[in-house]
Design a binder for this molecule. Structure first.
Ligand code: PEP
Length: 256
């Protein structure tokens, strides 16, 4: 049975005391919530708070929340001022890292080949990767989104072996839905998720395709999560805005 995941991308939000409050509230709420064996909850705070969040979860003896980084560099060490590496994340016992998020692609010039390098170094360090893909509105309006996503997978992901792919979670995040309040309809999400799974089947095999977790991201909220997650190929969500409050994040997790 493939994993179902709700992951929170906290982006560049919150002060340290707010992060402590949110992490604690979430952990306490999750203690009262039964997570199925194949369900996972991940939080991705800003890099500066990763250690703090790990410490809080350890103090609370939290076994349910996994921690992810929002980014890593393509090199492990060296003269890259302001950057953080997969080796550093591994040394903090961080379990996941995001790669290919559209905000990194748009504001930091990360193209498919940079994303590919990030995937490789993260996997080599034993991290699991949430690989983000998704089209802009212009591409969707031209009806080029199926090919666009196929190219993103081809250029960043499909060099991996079947074995390596086991440590990859794919997040389909249409750029027009991220932080806009506009959500893809369950049918739109399902159509692309099925497309991604079919591409995985063609490139690898049916078992690999069936076992790969594909998340939806883009203005997912407690009010639309149930419908989105009920689609056969939607295995949970990557959540931005709605992950910044424990009750709304829990409202999404409850729909897994
Ligand atoms: C995201 O940035 O990954 C995201 C899905 O954001 P939001 O939920 O705010 O649209």
């Amino acid at each position: 049975m493939r994993k179902k995941i709700v992951a929170g991308n906290w982006k560049m939000n919150k002060t340290q005391s707010e992060i402590i409050e949110l992490t604690t509230a979430l952990s306490v709420a999750l203690q009262k919530h039964e997570l199925a064996d194949n369900h996972e909850v991940i939080i991705c705070p800003s890099l500066v708070y990763l250690s703090k969040v790990k410490d809080i979860l350890a103090i609370l003896a939290d076994k349910k929340i996994k921690v992810g980084s929002q980014n890593c560099h393509t090199q492990n060490f060296g003269a890259y001022t302001g950057e953080v590496s997969a080796a550093m994340l591994k040394s903090l016992d961080v379990q996941y890292v995001l790669a290919g998020h559209s905000e990194r692609r748009t504001y930091f010039g990360e193209n498919n080949s940079i994303v590919k390098a990030k995937l490789d170094i993260a996997l080599a360090q034993g991290l699991q990767v949430i690989f983000c893909c998704g089209e802009s509105l212009t591409i969707r309006e031209k009806e080029a989104h199926f090919d666009f996503i196929a190219t993103q997978l081809e250029e960043s992901l499909f060099h991996l072996t079947k074995e390596e792919l086991k440590n990859i979670v794919i997040a389909y995040e249409p750029i027009w839905a991220i932080g806009t309040g506009v959500t893809a309809s369950p049918e739109q999400a399902e159509e692309i998720h099925a497309h991604i799974r079919a591409l995985l089947g063609k490139k690898y095999d049916e078992t690999t395709a069936e076992n790969t977790t594909i998340l939806y991201g883009g203005s997912c909220k407690p009010t639309n999560a149930a419908q989105l997650f009920s689609q056969p190929n939607v295995d949970g969500g990557l959540i931005g805005g709605a992950s910044l409050k424990a009750d709304s994040f829990m409202g999404i997790i409850e729909n897994l």
